[in-house]
Design a binder for this molecule. Structure first.
Ligand SMILES: Cc1cc2nc3c(=O)[nH]c(=O)nc-3n(C[C@H](O)[C@H](O)[C@H](O)COP(=O)(O)O)c2cc1C
Length: 135
């Protein structure tokens, strides 16, 4: 079985292009060695990441990610075991979501509210938000 974790977190600071590239190359290099695949979304003020792989490797990785001071306030939205991978071909698919794109999506999730941010969403709504980016 494959273990997966979907979590959200807050940036500790705005990462420069170089810092972001560094993070992604490090993640891809390690994930390739550790049979981990997944997707990382970089939003205006938050990360959303889905990681999947052998249970031991995912637990080890999540513990490392948890201690990483480039972000904070991690919150697991969903985790468990499943028979097959979703991101078979991606050591870490990366997408920077523009403010406009995320605003549009947030507004469609909460049509009755004004100026919605990801902080206004429940874990279930954040999952729905994430699902829009799934492969
Ligand atoms: C948002 C975010 C996502 C990350 N994703 C991964 C990942 O998918 N794989 C990975 O190996 N490291 C990832 N990292 C980096 C880890 O936190 C850690 O720095 C890295 O695994 C190296 O740890 P080590 O030097 O103890 O081996 C991520 C960090 C952040 C802030």
């Amino acid at each position: 079985m494959i273990k997966f974790i979907l979590y959200s977190s807050k940036h500790s600071f705005d990462l420069s292009k170089e810092e972001l590239n560094g993070l992604i190359s490090e993640a891809r290099y390690n994930n390739n060695k550790n049979h981990v695949t997944g997707i990382l979304l970089y939003l205006n003020n938050a990360f959303l990441q889905y990681i999947e792989g052998p249970e031991k490797n995912i637990d080890t990785l999540y513990n490392k990610i948890l201690k990483d001071d480039r972000h904070h306030s991690l919150s697991i939205l969903e985790s468990g075991l499943k028979p097959a991978r979703k991101y078979e071909e991606w050591t870490m698919l990366f997408k920077k979501v523009s403010l406009q794109e995320s605003d549009q999506l947030l507004q469609s999730l909460k049509p009755s509210k004004k100026d919605v941010t990801i902080d206004d969403l429940s874990p279930e709504d954040i999952k729905l938000f994430f699902d829009q980016f799934e492969l």
